[in-house]
Design a protein around this ligand. Structure first.
Ligand code: C5P
Length: 246
């Protein structure tokens, strides 16, 4: 079945209360392809959130716990994630290929494992201050590609990267290697103060080959979140239609 604009949208349920999460699942369920459960909601509400989304919506579920620990611990944690019935889960790429392999092993093909390459609120300056080699601080995409290679070698389903890096990753690792892109800012939602740094618009991201776009605040903080999600879906569809050969 052809993917529609809404299928690209991942809405992060960045809330502490199940009530708020529930009301957004109800409101946005018909307008997005996937809900993302992050640390805030999972720490506060636990696996019950997964059951709530399953019962209320046909959207897929992405458990974004961004695991990062010794390989054995990640294996054990991912084995528990695999029992929850979610579609995607994340692990940081910043440790080792071994840790990523153990995450994939723990997932037991029941959940797709995504490697987080470099958070989109990081940039060259952050890398420089963090003690990274100059080649990465001057060109963060190099680090993203290195980490994508690690995720690919370990058998991950794909990576989380910025829209700016999606095309390079697709070219190198093939269409089937998923690219999930946060840091999305539609032109109508741009503000001067934003913690996200390596940002792209929804149109730019899909044209670069992003498979899924994590879009939080531009939708959540809009006056009419459902209308904002529909607007993003329309932007995606228009961009993809224009990119097709005449
Ligand atoms: O669109 P907005 O900036 O509100 O999206 C925030 C969401 O994106 C949070 O849930 C955060 O965890 C997620 N995120 C991510 N990976 C990044 C950056 C943000 O999953 N590299």
């Amino acid at each position: 079945m052809k993917k529609s604009g809404k299928d690209y949208i991942v809405f992060p349920l960045d809330f502490a209360s199940i009530k708020e999460a529930q009301s957004h699942v109800r409101l946005l369920g018909p307008h997005v392809g996937m809900f993302k459960i992050g640390l805030e909601l999972f720490i506060h509400q636990g696996p019950e959130v997964v059951r709530m989304i399953r019962n209320m919506s046909a959207a897929r579920i992405f458990l974004d716990l961004k695991l990062h620990d010794i390989s054995t611990t990640v294996f054990r944690a991912m084995s528990r994630v695999a029992d929850l019935g979610v579609d995607l889960a994340t692990v940081h790429c910043s440790s080792s290929v071994k840790m990523l392999e153990m995450a994939v092993q723990g997932a037991c093909k029941k959940v797709g494992v995504l490697g987080v390459t470099l958070l989109t609120d990081n940039d060259g300056k952050t890398l420089s201050k963090g003690g990274f080699q100059k080649q990465f601080a001057t060109d963060p995409e190099k680090l993203v590609m290195l980490r994508a290679q690690m995720a690919h070698d370990a058998g991950c389903t794909g990576v989380v990267c910025s829209g700016r890096e999606a095309a390079g990753i697709k070219t190198r690792f093939g269409k089937k290697f998923l690219t999930v892109t946060p840091g999305i800012r539609p032109a109508w939602s741009l503000t001067k103060e934003d913690d996200q740094k390596r940002i792209t618009t929804p149109a730019q991201a899909v044209l670069q080959g992003s498979d899924l776009l994590v879009i939080g605040r531009p939708i959540r903080d809009a006056q009419d979140p459902a209308a904002a999600a529909q607007k993003v879906a329309a932007e995606i569809e228009t961009a993809l239609a224009r990119s097709l050969p005449a």
